[in-house]
Design a protein around this ligand. Structure first.
Ligand code: ATP
Ligand code: MG
Length: 454
């Protein structure tokens, strides 16, 4: 927010607040988690102001079940820590308190103040206008302007069960509009991750981005690459694992954000062989959305494996054309593509290991004779490897007969399995073993792996 805007806010904020009394909104105490209520009551008892704010208020007003409950208060992190024994302070950019109740965590944030009035070492902007630290505390009237979207800036006050609206969030909620608070471009520059949040909320809530927000994204899109890869990994998981992955992918692509998160995938999608890549990516995302809708789990490594499979295949092809053997070409291509990817979204080592296993399963599943199949199906990663084969078969990059064979093999009894894996009469295997060229490699075996440390 520009400085003169901030001064304006100070003068007019008292008149601007619209208080929705209990009878004017739909939130009832019964919908609020017991632990969140405990935190609110306790803070009040200690003489502090405390509100529910953010996604929980937004979702309750929309009749949706909140993912989590966030509290905002005038108590500072040290005071919060003194009040709750089960509390940990986290974050550097934003210091926050996590109050733990077993596995449930209530996030308690101290009201942010207005940094424009007192820019000092508690609030740090870089040359691009990015907010590196934001630990100036203030009042609820100031806090509201530090939030991202109007619909995320509604405060529920337990004292009188009222909802406080300083920025027209209720009207935007009713019209299904996602609007940034303050000057859109400035707010997106301060924290480019807000662009990803815009896409995530628009898709999840079925909202439209208001025109100014869209324009802001178009001018700030490149700034996303300045965000640390570890934070982008976390955001990517939220984007792709919340049940709306396909729509999210389409909207990210539309705004040019996808290419910053997945540069190798984007390059592949717009190449000559892009159609095959698109089929696999969209099918994987749709499958993942379907699984979530059915209450099944999805894993991050499977999604990353699907998003990066075609780039790995296309790099492996190039290496093979240069004379590298198939096995080494696959390994080297995987190393290179992972090394590139972790510059955008850090990938924890356990994720890259699982992705590699899924990928290397693909050539192993080519062999349908002898004792190998019986060993493969006991492997802990078999199911993921087989599901990946199905995905490839459905989208034309693996043989449907092979996928069907493995389907039958799994449901067969031992005798049938033995019969299925007998070599044909002439003695040759249905699929010859691959010949590996172990000597020729282009990159060291451990190059470009994981960045859990980033
Ligand atoms: P979700 O349903 O994903 O939890 P949410 O809106 O609650 O959505 P959180 O990440 O839990 O999102 O953040 C809680 C609130 O904190 C937001 O609603 C918003 O008011 C504020 N907030 C979070 N991240 C930012 C950000 N990057 N910039 C400004 N405000 C933010
Ligand atoms: Mg939340």
């Amino acid at each position: 927010m520009a400085k003169h805007d901030a001064e304006l806010v100070d003068e007019t904020v008292a008149e601007q607040v619209r208080v929705y009394s209990r009878s004017e909104h739909t939130i009832s105490r019964a919908q609020i988690s017991e632990n969140a209520l405990k935190v609110l009551y306790r803070l009040q008892k200690e003489g502090h102001e405390a509100y529910l704010v953010g996604g929980c208020v937004r979702d309750l007003l929309l009749g949706r079940e909140p993912k989590d409950f966030d509290v905002a208060t005038d108590a500072n992190p040290d005071e919060i820590k003194r009040i709750f024994r089960n509390c940990r302070i986290i974050g550097r950019r934003f210091r926050l308190a996590h109050v733990h109740f077993g596995r449930d965590v209530i996030e308690v944030a101290t009201f942010r103040g207005d940094g424009n009035k007192q820019l000092n070492d508690l609030q740090v902007l870089d040359r691009e206008g990015r907010l590196l630290r934001d630990n100036i505390y203030g009042t609820v009237e100031e806090d509201v302007w530090r939030r991202d979207f109007t619909v995320n800036a509604l405060y529920y006050r337990l004292k009188d069960f009222a909802v406080l609206d300083y920025v027209g969030g209720m009207a935007d909620l009713n019209s299904g509009t996602l609007k940034l608070i303050g000057d859109p471009e400035t707010r997106l520059r301060e924290d480019p991750v807000r662009m990803l949040r815009a896409v995530r909320f628009a898709v999840k809530l079925g909202f439209i981005l208001d025109v100014e927000c869209q324009k802001g994204i178009h001018s700030v899109v490149d700034q996303l690459s300045s965000i640390p890869s570890a934070r982008l990994y976390d955001e990517t998981l939220k984007l792709f694992m919340s049940g709306y992955a396909l729509q999210t992918f389409e909207m990210l692509s539309h705004y040019g954000l996808f290419k910053i998160l997945f540069p190798s995938t984007e390059k592949n999608l717009i190449s000559k062989s892009g159609d095959a890549a698109r089929k696999l990516v969209t099918r994987a995302l749709q499958n993942s959305d379907d699984r979530i809708a059915e209450g099944k789990t999805v894993t991050a490594y499977f999604l990353f494996a699907a998003l990066l499979w075609e780039p790995v295949q296309s790099r492996a092809k190039t290496l093979m054309a240069q004379g590298v053997g198939e096995y080494m070409a696959q390994q080297d291509a995987a190393n290179e593509i992972i090394a590139k990817q972790v510059k955008s979204t850090a990938l924890p080592r356990h994720i890259t290991m699982a992705m590699r296993e899924v990928w290397s399963f693909q050539s192993k599943l080519d062999v349908c004779v002898g004792s190998k199949p019986s060993r493969l199906i006991t492997h802990p990663r078999f199911r993921a490897g087989y599901d990946f084969l199905l995905l490839r078969a459905e989208t034309g990059s693996a043989s449907p007969e092979l996928a069907e064979w493995w389907g039958k093999y799994q449901s067969a009894d031992e005798t049938e399995q033995r019969a299925m894996t007998q070599p044909p009469r002439n003695g040759s295997a249905t699929k010859p073993k691959r010949k590996y060229n172990k000597r020729k490699r282009t990159t060291p075996i451990n190059s470009g792996t994981d960045t859990s440390e980033q």
